[in-house]
Design a protein around this ligand. Sequence first.
Ligand code: SF4
Length: 208
Amino acid sequence: MPYRFNFDLTKISSNLFKEIARVAYAKQAHRRISHITRSLIKRLRIDEITGLQFSEALQLVEDLVDIYLLNAIQKEKFEKTSKRALFLPHCARKYMDSRCKAIFKPEVPTYVCQHCSPDCLVNQATTYAQKMSYDVYIVAGGSGIPQILRKNRYEGVVGVACSEELKLAATYIKTFNLPGQAVPLIRNGCSETKFNLEELIEILKTGK
Ligand code: SF4
């Protein structure tokens, strides 16, 4: 289920959420982190900058912290994997209409990027990941992921999606007992969504 609100975190460093998660993980303080998150949102005016209501900003930031905590918990296992898959969201393509030349393969299901636009985020992520020997899937949602994981024996998975969907995807991946790493979207919506490519590349390089 995607969020019922739109957000744009492109003006906020994702390092902030990573840092909260890192401290929480180091201090085993996840349950006590909620009040820190609340005061950070107020202090850094995250609700004002993003135009979100305070409750929406709180949900979003708590989900982001959860994602980075899960990444920290799974990193060691993930580092030891070699056969990996990368799942990218189709809404991050440069175009969502016929200008995108990606071919949809329903039997997988995935879009296959035809590299029509050098400045397309999905193209850049796909090209880099394939060079690093990842199998890349450009998916319209999480529902096709179990089918893909059943057909292929991956050892590790990387996913890019909005943080609420990533939390759901984590439950799928858990049933396959696979270590995963996630990159949350910094701008959601039905199209022109954004993720941090440098952050994704850092994760793709893990253990390589
Ligand atoms: S580069 Fe790939 S994903 Fe991006 S618009 Fe072109 S075909 Fe679609």
